[in-house]
Design a binder for this molecule. Structure first.
Ligand SMILES: *Cc1c(COP(=O)(O)O)cnc(C)c1O
Length: 356
């Protein structure tokens, strides 16, 4: 029998809907979303469009669908999307850019997923017919596989300026945009308004069961609705889910700061464990990547041993793990998870020395 997971650091999607969210869902006023008649969904979309400094927004079942709809609106076959190496649209979305848009993702090398306006400028293809047409620049806020790094506002603005000057559209994957807002004190509107399309996820740190809200100009949204229907993303009484989103926007943004504090604490505690090395110097938000090569154990060994204690941390590779904090893990949980890692890896040390 497997041990139930008590402390789940595998992702910030591991949150369970709180009593407040469940109550908001139960009481939601609903209608047919596809006809624009669901009042709660409409309220959520208006709210998010305003937050992000955009004309309008649509509710979609997932963040991945937000990215796919946006890329499909902006790009055609033969186009190129300029993004950072290891971005989510490249690593984790079933190659949607290739499948739905016939477009390439050109990935720029970066330390932490934040590239500069100069890098973008150097990468844009001149309009030679034999080159792919550079069409879209993509920024991930915060950078998932960049250790939760926040794109600084000045960088967002300078990248957007170069993109616009060269006829490229600007898309922001805002899966953790509100983490960036809480960590930096910059408003969502300031991050969002330089973009042609931008979305935020309800199912990550905000604690909703699912959903993303994609915002853009009126013209963008007209095309986006075609793709939403085409992908089967038109919904019906989606107000039940939108109510969860509205509740989360009212109640769950400020607590992201404690997720960030917990991530920093976890990073600090595990950085003292022999054989464990943090992959990123700074813990800016709620993601902690760490390398365990020095312990002599594999990530599978560590993960199995943690799971026996009811703790889950994700394996990124044979050598790297990722811990994600969220509202369902407490400070005490963080201390327990770090202590468990220490115990497991020092056992491993003994075991390895004995084996040599
Ligand atoms: C989780 C995530 C997504 C996808 O969001 P879902 O709501 O899970 O589909 C997209 N981009 C990034 C950076 C993510 O972390």
């Amino acid at each position: 029998m497997t041990t139930p997971i008590r402390i789940d650091l595998v992702s910030d999607t591991a949150t369970r809907p709180s009593p407040g969210i469940r109550q908001a869902m139960a009481e939601a006023k609903v209608g047919d979303e596809q006809r624009g008649e669901d009042p709660t969904t409409n309220a959520l979309c208006e709210r998010v469009a305003d937050m992000l400094g955009q004309d309008a927004a649509m509710f979609l079942p997932s963040g991945v669908m937000c990215n796919h709809v946006a890329m499909a609106v902006h790009c055609e076959p033969g186009d190129e999307i300029i993004a950072a190496e290891k971005c989510h649209i490249w690593s984790s979305e079933g190659a949607g850019a290739a499948v739905f848009c016939g477009s390439l993702i050109r990935s720029l090398p970066t330390e932490d997923g934040v590239f500069t306006a100069e890098q973008l400028k150097g990468a844009i293809n001149q309009r030679k017919p034999k080159a792919p047409r550079s069409r879209l620049v993509h920024m991930e806020q915060t950078v998932n596989r960049g250790g939760g790094t926040v794109w600084p506002l000045a960088t967002v603005q300078s990248v957007a300026e170069i993109a616009t000057a060269n006829g490229l559209k600007i898309h922001m994957d805002g899966a953790r945009l509100l983490n960036a807002v809480v960590a930096s004190g910059v408003s969502a509107r300031d991050y969002g308004s330089p973009c042609d399309s931008v979305w935020l996820d309800l199912s990550k740190g905000l604690g909703c069961p699912f959903g993303g809200v994609l915002a853009g100009s009126r013209a963008f949204m007209d095309e986006a609705w075609r793709w939403k229907f085409r992908f089967g993303g038109g919904m019906r009484q989606s107000g039940m889910m939108a109510a969860a989103g509205l509740y989360a926007l009212d109640n769950n943004i400020d607590q992201l700061a404690s997720d960030h504090d917990n991530a920093r604490l976890f990073a600090e505690l595990i950085s003292q464990i022999p054989g464990i090395a943090l992959e990123f110097e700074e813990t800016a938000t709620n993601l902690v990547f760490f390398n365990i090569t020095g312990t002599g154990l594999s990530t599978d060994d560590v993960s199995d041993a943690l799971e026996k204690r009811g703790i889950r941390i994700g394996c990124e590779s044979d050598t790297c793990m990722r811990a994600v904090t969220h509202m369902d893990v407490s400070r005490a949980d963080i201390k327990e998870a770090a202590a468990a890692l220490k115990e497991i890896t020092s056992d491993g040390d003994t075991h390895n020395r004995a084996a040599e």
